[in-house]
Design a protein around this ligand. Structure first.
Ligand SMILES: [Zn+2]
Length: 136
């Protein structure tokens, strides 16, 4: 019989991986925040006169975009943690809806390698591509 869910031990490992990633993202968000905070830079005040305001605004905007992308990622990682609790983590979304369409080699499971690399993945890689191409 094919495996339809990851074992508790495996889930524990995935959970740790997700927690590590969350930690990483949090640190990187902190980094962006402190670099955007003008009071944090002693150089900024001296340079402010010849500082092109457009560039500065652009920087802030870029950091903001980066931060919102990172927080999206955070939200998805937290959802992944929830899926671990629910016991649905690592199960391809496509196979949950229409198992006959799932192309994950370990269907319905998303491969371990992919989950370690993309812990917030909800679909196997082939399913994700097909979904993108509107084939599902
Ligand atoms: Zn699938």
């Amino acid at each position: 019989m094919a495996k339809t869910a990851y074992t508790k031990t495996e889930l524990k490992k995935f959970e740790q991986n997700i927690l590590d990633k969350i930690d990483e993202v949090n640190k990187s968000i902190e980094g962006v925040r402190s670099s955007t905070r003008p009071t944090n830079s002693v150089f900024l005040e001296d340079r402010s006169e010849d500082f092109n305001e457009g560039t500065e605004a652009h920087e802030v905007e870029k950091n903001f975009l980066l931060m919102s992308r990172e927080s999206d990622y955070l939200i998805n990682l937290k959802k992944a943690l929830q899926r671990i609790k629910d016991g649905t983590y690592g199960i391809c979304e496509i196979s949950q809806k229409s198992p006959e369409k799932c192309e994950s080699p370990d269907c319905p499971l998303i491969s371990k390698e992919r989950l370690m690399e993309v812990p917030n993945a909800t679909k196997g890689v082939f399913c994700k591509e097909k979904k993108k191409l509107n084939l599902l």
